[in-house]
Design a protein around this ligand. Sequence first.
Ligand SMILES: [Fe+2]
Length: 267
Amino acid sequence: MLRCKAAINGDAVKINFVNAAEWQTFVKEPNLLIDRIEKEVFIVRNFMNPRLVDEFKQFCLQFSSEKDASWHPCLDNCPDYHRIHHQYPQAFVKSTQHGYYFHPWNENFARLMTFSGFEEIFELKARAAGSHFSAFSKNLPSQGPIVRIVSHQYPPGGGGQEEHIDPVSPFAKVQTIIQAADPGLDYHTGGLYINDPEFGVVNIDPLTRKGDLILASPGVKHGVAPIDDDQELQWDTTKGRWIIMPIIIHSDHVKDISLKPYQTTNS
Ligand SMILES: [Fe+2]
């Protein structure tokens, strides 16, 4: 395991570069990861082949070209949908991004699960909760926590997300973010950072390439600094920062507000 010290004021947050074998060890024994995730960040190099990442993005772009943007609560019969978030005032955390949401009870999911890597991420999250992916994989929203594949495109010209922390639930003990763009090629400034309580702001995106998997704590403050904000905002482009996130979440049948992410900065 290679270690990179992201120097901040002469000190450092531990960033670990992980290979495929070490990732497999985490999938089998998530506590090896969970026990360290509060104080460290892990990057699994080449987690997904960049050509597959591009196929996934193409799938999203095709989807949004055929279907109008919309929003749906996560209740039974929730369709797959895509949605433009543009500093929506009612949002728990304000963002500027194009989000895509795919669910196992709809027709797209079986195709998406053929992309290598998603099942391992779901398995790690489920095992961290003392269970198995199969216990969540077929749940409908009314039946308990559900699995969802999410993608975000943060467009050039200010795409981003305010600093926040996410709820740490038994099946969300670690954030698993597939980097789906190439920093330096698809965008030049902004991107994912963590605001570590000890070391301050650490920019994560410049350490990554398309296809890498970022593992970080949901409970440490983080955000997406504005992408290429020297440009005009561009929604109609394939550029900008893209991520893919397989997640297990409570459905909207659960109304507990403490389970929602919340903003940690003033706007
Ligand atoms: Fe988050």
